[in-house]
Write a protein that binds this ligand. Structure first.
Ligand code: ZN
Length: 342
């Protein structure tokens, strides 16, 4: 009951990459970089185990960014000539690579980290991939054409590639494959219309547990400012949860801690496992086990106890290592307290 996990990313050590940045520069290159990524992955496997988490991730130590890490292994993308683009409905600007021709995987994307993770923990493991709709929102297009039709075509093309990698990750021994779709909270109608279909295409044929993570983003200033415009009640989930409830995806990850999401929206996910965000990633204040257990208690009004999985609201990548470690401990201790209470 209440098996804990992180949403996905963890801070990179300062010897691996620049710290507290969303697109950090690596500190090494070539073979030294490959080794440093592997070392950082091992470090975080141990730290998650020591903190007492039940489901372990790679902390996304081997990718610069949760979307572009995948794109680097895709043929048909020009990384040399990045362009500035407003992403998440122009919430903030990012330098993004461009799709210039038919898309194809160059080879495996995450074999190294996934195999390392499987070899070094006996606990369940979760692996994250960006969702097709969020990829489409984080890359410039010079190939698939203008408008909605082009976006759908490109999303389906990425979904096929994601599916190839997901099937390979399953063969590596991954127990849970999670697709990150923050874009679902921004383009709610498109998400319900075709985003969920693209997601199902990415998960096609998987027999391991499948999950989708939908959040209000990392704790960066642009996101904090955006959240301040969303009003008293954040009801974005209301528009997409019914489509997800009908989908083939097993688990849905959402943010609850310090967010203005009405808890009763969880009831729209009837039948699904729910990863309840009980750790705030936009604040350095460490949650107490009581606060975590209280949030779990509130969510239990709307989801059965065997379907509730405590999680972080989002990734911890831009935080300090020290804060992230304490937040992992708070998550595990809070879940333990919630188990006692139930
Ligand atoms: Zn997130």
């Amino acid at each position: 009951m209440f098996a804990t996990s992180i949403a996905g990313s963890l801070p990179k050590p300062e010897w691996l990459a620049e710290t507290q940045k969303l697109w950090p520069q690596w500190k090494a290159e070539g073979e030294a970089l490959r080794q440093a990524k592997a070392d950082a992955t091992l470090l975080w496997i141990k730290a998650q185990e020591d903190a007492g988490l039940d489901i372990i991730g790679d902390g996304e130590q081997a990718r610069q960014h949760f979307v572009h890490g995948f794109l680097e292994q895709v043929e048909g993308i020009d990384f040399e000539n990045k362009v500035k683009m407003g992403i998440r409905n122009n919430r903030y600007d990012a330098m993004v690579p461009q799709v210039v021709s038919k898309l194809r995987l160059k080879g495996r994307v995450h074999a190294m980290e996934a195999q390392l993770l499987r070899a070094h923990t006996t606990r369940k493991i979760k692996f994250t991939l960006p969702g097709p709709m969020t990829i489409v929102d984080t890359v410039a297009d010079r190939f698939y054409g203008e408008g909605e039709e082009g976006r759908i075509k490109m999303a389906m093309a990425f979904a096929e590639l994601l599916n190839q990698e997901a099937l390979a990750l399953q063969a590596d021994g991954v127990d849970i494959i999670q697709f990150d779709e923050p874009a679902f909270n921004v383009y709610m109608e498109e998400a319900a219309d075709w985003g969920v279909k693209a997601l199902e295409r990415a998960a096609q044929g998987l027999t391991c547990t499948t999950a989708v993570h939908i959040c209000y983003g990392y704790g960066i200033q642009a996101n904090v400012d955006w959240k301040n415009t969303l009003g008293e009640e954040w009801r974005q989930y209301e528009k997409i949860f019914p489509a997800l409830a009908k989908s083939s995806i097993d688990q849905v990850s959402l943010e609850c801690m310090h967010s203005h999401v009405p808890m009763d929206l969880i009831a729209l996910l009837k039948g699904k496992d729910v990863m309840v965000g009980v750790i705030d990633v936009a604040s350095d204040t460490i949650e107490t086990p009581q606060e975590v257990a209280d949030t779990i208690g509130k969510a239990l009004q709307f989801v059965a106890k065997d379907k509730l999985f405590p999680c972080t609201n989002c990734g911890l990548a831009p935080m300090s290592r020290e804060v992230a470690l304490k937040k992992l401990e708070a998550l595990a201790k809070g879940a333990a307290l919630a188990r006692e209470r139930v």
